[in-house]
Design a protein around this ligand. Structure first.
Ligand code: HEM
Ligand code: HEM
Length: 181
């Protein structure tokens, strides 16, 4: 069964690995502050919950830069039919917006705080000396951006599952891990 889809367009292994690793990290990064009181006793207090939120975001930020470079170098497969113009536009816009937020959220998070980022308690990235107005703008953008990202991720995942289980096409398979080369 698997060999029958091997000729269809797929993302490169590196792109697939980065996609699913970032997705896992992003879900954890979002869940941490939203249920901070649940995680606090597990990680040693609210400050440690935010230490993880921020440290993991630094990793996602760097992975996103690598991902953009990889996409430019390797290209991105066209998994939707060439005549599905509206669908392509919707998928591309969602993905571009997700990229924007993957970069914007760590930056706004960094700019809104006065304490900097204590990267896994081993390295302090010092905060910038910004006015309280700038920090307030960054804070508002962070919260709005986070909720827009949650909505987009839900839309994106529902669309992927719709393609796979209802339309039964190649969209989800193009992003699936497979053993053979
Ligand atoms: C991809 C990266 C990030 C995502 C998806 C993200 C997402 C979120 C979400 C969902 C919340 C909860 C909003 C709420 O309570 O209503 C939040 C809050 C927060 N984030 Fe982030 N964040 C990211 C990166 C960062 C970074 C890099 C920092 C700091 C360096 C940061 C600092 C904070 C702080 C301090 C709060 C609490 C804000 C408050 O309760 O007023 N975040 N973030
Ligand atoms: C949780 C956070 C997620 C983020 C931030 C995210 C982001 C992205 C981005 C930016 C792309 C464009 C391709 C690339 O450059 O890698 C993409 C493609 C894709 N994602 Fe996600 N994704 C997430 C979760 C998911 C989930 C949960 C599913 C499945 C249920 C999924 C299924 C797919 C599929 C099938 C593609 C290829 C679609 C196409 O090329 O039209 N993603 N994703």
């Amino acid at each position: 069964m698997e060999s029958s889809i091997s000729h269809l367009p797929r993302y490169h292994h590196i792109q697939i690995l980065i996609h699913w690793l970032s997705a896992l990290l992003i879900i954890f990064i979002i869940v941490l502050p939203l249920s901070r009181n649940f995680w606090a006793p597990l990680f040693g207090g609210i400050s440690q919950v935010f230490m993880l939120h921020k440290s993991l975001s630094v990793i996602v930020f760097m992975m996103t830069i690598v991902r953009i470079v990889v996409n430019i170098k390797l290209g991105v497969p066209e998994v939707l039919p060439a005549n599905a113009h509206l669908l392509r536009l919707a998928a591309n816009s969602t993905q571009k917006l997700l990229y924007l937020l993957l970069l914007m959220l760590p930056i706004s998070g960094f700019l809104m705080g006065a304490k900097g980022i204590n990267f896994f308690n081993i390295w302090l990235i010092p905060a910038m000396d910004l006015s309280s107005e700038t920090m307030a703008i960054a804070h508002t953008s962070h919260i709005w951006g986070a909720y827009i990202m949650i909505a987009l991720i839900l839309l994106h995942a529902v669309a992927a599952l719709f393609h796979h289980y209802i339309k039964k096409d190649n969209v989800l398979n193009s992003m699936r891990m497979r053993r053979e080369g």
